[in-house]
Design a binder for this molecule. Structure first.
Ligand SMILES: [Zn+2]
Length: 532
């Protein structure tokens, strides 16, 4: 890649701005997982949320204290002090301190229209609010990132005043002045000119925060960088309010590969696709297949001549080598690439299988059939392994289901809303148990494990950590299929399994059974050294 000369700070706001996107609802657990994923990618700043408004964010910051972030500085987000309140008595400002983060981001108004019409302060009072808030947080030893809200609109309306708001923050000691295109209304040339003017006027690090309302968020961030910005804010896969934020999974490779600017440690760029997909999975959103760099179609070739060209020289139809960002080239017509990947995976489970063998062919046929039904194994490697083993005859079921019955209660009175009764058989011995849960799948999971623990005590430590449902072929209305993904853990390892059916309970059952069988299989492997 050559010598990297320049560096920009990447500031991720998936957990704050991204959380405000339609259809997004992060649990604390989700937020922790995303923060860890961002940290291992090497993101410099992670904005965790607003500790004043939201009990979930308060809990997040409490739990985040126990995480040893290797790369990232955690940031709490809030606003400048309120009008007519002393800064050291402002609840919002004080809660920023209690979040216990090394850095804080505070937003202040820089558009005169907003100052006078929305928060109804005088222009001078707003400047004092900015100055006192930044100075107070600096005094407490925080790194202070000042988000100048609506800066570009403010600059266009009253440039002199917009610059004064930055001056107030800079004089009070702000470490970075972030120019925000809050309404996402700017065009790249405007961003370039305005950032350039600001850059010349201040001796402080300049940052950029853009929204995608005109489809320009990434372009605007790049132009801000060209004009001198050294701190770029955005979200993973671009989720955010309205049309979203600048997409970091596009900005990072644009800068790092094309401009030779260091955004994340060089060796981590190959984890970009994995991270984007993982965050989408946690957020329960479908990653746009056509997303630059990380989308499933980003390097998919279908036309015969394109495939031919890529085989001769990949640069004929690819702007970069997909492996640089951890993505894969796909040939849609010939499926040569897909087949190769599957064969490699099969070999990792059963090294003795030959590529051209009948066993390999049978497995590929089976997988194709399942994929046609709606299965996807990219996020469910454990189910994949079980299928390969079953096809190879290297598998013996650990139990048999006689039957289960479910009862759900609506309206919910209190406590458990569902109960399950289950009968299983292991080596000719039957066990029948019942359990209650919050919902039918929870009840079913508890009943199944309770019954099996009699035979397999190692299941005591297993529990579900995640359960996700996605409707597939949604054009079929009520007959639509659902794909259920279940993540389980025994405290040491985490594994994910998948089930597909038109019946959500059945899809969940398939994924649950896979989860338990996978655990038992791994235990058995530990006991018998060579199982294959
Ligand atoms: Zn924003």
């Amino acid at each position: 890649m050559g010598i990297v000369l320049q560096k920009v700070d990447i500031f991720d706001t998936t957990l704050r701005d991204g959380a405000q996107a339609e259809g997004i609802s992060f649990s604390v657990e989700d937020k922790i997982k995303i923060a860890k994923a961002l940290d291992s990618l090497g993101i410099a700043y992670i904005e965790g949320g607003n500790p004043v408004s939201n009990p979930k964010d308060i809990e997040f910051f409490e739990r985040a204290r126990e995480i040893d972030f290797r790369n990232a500085r955690l940031v709490a987000f809030g606003s400048t002090r309120r009008r007519d309140v002393l800064v050291d008595q402002d609840k919002n400002i004080l809660s920023l301190l209690s979040a216990g983060t090394p850095a804080v981001a505070i937003f202040g108004k820089s558009w005169d229209f907003h100052v006078e019409k929305i928060i109804r302060a005088t222009l001078d009072e707003n400047l004092r609010m900015i100055k006192e808030s930044v100075a107070f947080l600096k005094e407490k030893g925080k790194e202070v990132i000042f988000d100048a809200e609506h800066f570009f609109d403010g600059y266009k309306s009253n440039p002199e005043y917009a610059l004064k708001t930055l001056e107030a923050a800079a004089e009070a000691g702000a470490d970075c002045l972030v120019l925000c295109d809050t309404n996402g209304a700017c065009f790249p040339h405007e961003v370039y000119d305005i950032v350039k003017t600001v850059k010349q006027a201040f001796n402080v690090k300049i940052g950029i925060h853009t929204h995608n309302d005109c489809g320009m968020a990434v372009a605007n961030s790049i132009m801000a960088f060209e004009a001198g910005a050294e701190h770029i804010q955005g979200t993973f896969t671009g989720i955010g309010e309205r049309c979203g934020n600048a997409n970091l999974s596009t900005i990072i490779p644009n800068l790092q590969l094309k401009k030779k600017v260091m955004c994340i440690p060089e060796e981590n760029l190959r984890n970009l696709t994995y991270t984007a997909r993982k965050i989408s999975e946690i957020a329960n959103v479908t990653l746009n297949e056509r997303d630059p760099y990380v989308g499933n179609s980003a390097f998919a070739h279908k036309g015969g001549m394109h495939i031919d060209g890529v085989c001769k020289d990949s640069s004929s139809f690819e702007h970069i080598d997909p492996s640089l960002v951890g993505n894969k080239r796909r040939f849609l017509m010939s499926e040569v690439a897909g087949r190769k990947t599957i064969l490699e995976k099969i070999k990792s489970i059963s090294p003795r299988i030959e590529k051209e063998s009948i066993e390999a062919e049978n497995i590929i046929q089976k997988l194709k059939e399942l994929e046609h039904q709606g299965y996807q194994f990219e996020g469910a490697e454990s189910s994949f392994e079980l299928i390969v083993r079953k096809q190879l005859g290297k598998y013996k079921p650990f139990f048999e289901l006689e039957k289960f019955q479910l009862m759900t209660e609506q309206p919910k009175s209190s406590g458990a809303s569902a109960s399950a009764l289950i009968k299983v058989t292991v080596d000719g011995k039957s066990e029948i148990t019942a359990a209650e849960g919050n919902g039918p799948v929870h009840a079913l999971d508890k009943a199944l494990r309770k019954a099996l623990e009699v035979f397999y005590p190692e299941l005591k430590h297993v529990h579900l950590t995640d359960y996700k449902v996605r409707v597939i072929d949604s054009n079929k209305a009520t007959a639509a299929k659902v794909r259920v993904l279940i993540e389980s853990t025994d405290g040491d390892t985490v594994w994910t399994t998948v089930g597909v059916s038109t019946d959500i309970i059945e899809a969940s059952w398939i994924a649950l059974v896979d989860s338990i069988e996978y655990k038992l299989l791994k235990e058995l492997e530990k006991k018998i050294e060579v199982y294959l």
